[in-house]
Each structure stands twice: as C-alpha cells, then as structure tokens.
Write a protein that binds this ligand. Structure first.
Ligand code: ADP
Length: 197
C-alpha cells in the first residue's frame, strides 16, 4: 500500500490530477470534504464550534459557515481558536477514511489536501506530490474555467502560502502548465512508480 499526499494551489490543477489518479485506481480522500463533514450537526465538531462561538452562528440547525468565516476573517485570535478545534478533527477524519480505504483493499490512497494542510500530511511513508502551474496560468484557468474575476483569482492565490518555497518540499512535482495530455503522462509515470509496476 502506498500513501500519496496530493497538494497544490488553487487553480494549479489539483482536482484534475486527483481525477486522473482515481481513474487509475487510487482511493482519493478529499480534505475539502473533511472540512465540511466536521461541521455537520450531531458531530463533536459542531458541538465544540457552537460552544466556542455561540448559538448566533447556527442557522436552521446548521453552522452558518459564511457567518463563521466573516467572524474569524479579521480576527487572528478567533481564527486560531477555530483552527484549534477544526484542524485535529479534519486530520482525524482523513485518517479514518484512509484506514477504511486500506481495509477495503486500496493499493494506493491519495490524500487530496490544500496547501495550508501540506505540513500535516500523514506519516513518514507518505509521498508528497505537488501540482504546479505558474501564477499567470492559475489566474487564467480560474477565470476561464471557474468564472472567477481576475481580481478574485489573484486574491485567492495571494492568500495561499508562497508556492515556490513549498514546491521544494515535495517528492514529485507535476508541472501542469502544459496540455492536459502532458499532465496525464506525468501522473501515469508517478503512478507506475507508486504502484510498483
Ligand atoms: P484546482 O483543483 O487546483 O483548483 P482544477 O483541477 O480545478 O484546479 O483546475 C482549474 C481549472 O483549470 C479547471 O477549469 C480545469 O478544467 C482547468 N485545467 C486544469 N488543468 C488544465 C490544463 N493542463 N490545461 C487546461 N486547463 C486545465
């Protein structure tokens, strides 16, 4: 069994690469899904967040994440308190789904994790695969493919960690500045190494 931590900035092509890996047979565990799951009503995360931030963040029985986001946006201390609750639960959720995938017989498990969680990727056996595209390409794809305004794309990218610095830490870097076919062949090459063929 091989564990891959897949990471990359917004618009780098991380979801595209995750899709190719899934097609090739990997079990993909998505941190985005985890960050939603930990707020679900009835969970320990829901209880802890409401205890910390009050009933005013609950709407129709669910945590109003937009409101919570606004609450912590300009307040480093509340952001720190929120992260202290949510990050361990996200890691726990990821670990539990990973264990299930392994028990289910998955030979390659991919943890699809945004940049800010990169340092928390599971275990020493985890190979970090980083999807990279130059900032101008990220902006262009977010505008064309996701309907972002250029300003918003630049702001979202700018809010992430400096990419070139992080790039050095990965075991493999997939350069997604070219065509989808060029990206696919890089993924297939890494897949062949990972799955021992
Ligand atoms: P991420 O998950 O890193 O935010 P996506 O995989 O969603 O990025 O890619 C962002 C956008 O760019 C999507 O619309 C996707 O279809 C497009 N895209 C990704 N890779 C390529 C590529 N090599 N060539 C052209 N468009 C691409």
């Amino acid at each position: 069994m091989k564990l891959i931590g897949l990471t990359g900035g917004v618009g780098s092509g991380k979801s595209t690469v995750a899709g190719i890996l899934r097609e090739l047979g990997a079990a993909v565990i998505d941190a985005d899904e985890a960050t939603h799951a930990v707020y679900e009503p009835g969970t320990a995360g829901f209880e802890a967040v409401v205890r910390e931030f009050g009933e005013s963040i609950v709407r129709d029985g669910r945590i109003d994440r937009e409101r919570l986001g606004r609450l912590v946006f300009n307040d480093e201390e509340s952001r720190r308190r929120l992260n202290a609750i949510v990050h361990p639960l996200v890691r726990e959720w990821m670990a539990a789904r990973t264990a299930e995938a392994i028990e289910g017989g998955a030979q390659v498990v991919v943890q699809d994790v945004p940049l800010r969680y990169e340092s928390g990727l599971e275990g020493p056996s985890c190979s970090v695969v980083r999807v990279y595209a130059p900032e101008e390409v990220q902006v262009e794809r977010l505008v064309k493919g996701r309907g972002f305004t250029e300003e918003r794309a630049r702001a979202v990218i700018g809010a992430q960690l400096p990419i070139d610095e992080k790039r050095r830490r990965a075991h493999h870097v997939i350069d997604n500045s070219g065509t989808p076919e060029q990206t696919r062949s890089q993924v297939e090459e890494i897949w062949a190494q990972m799955s021992g063929r």
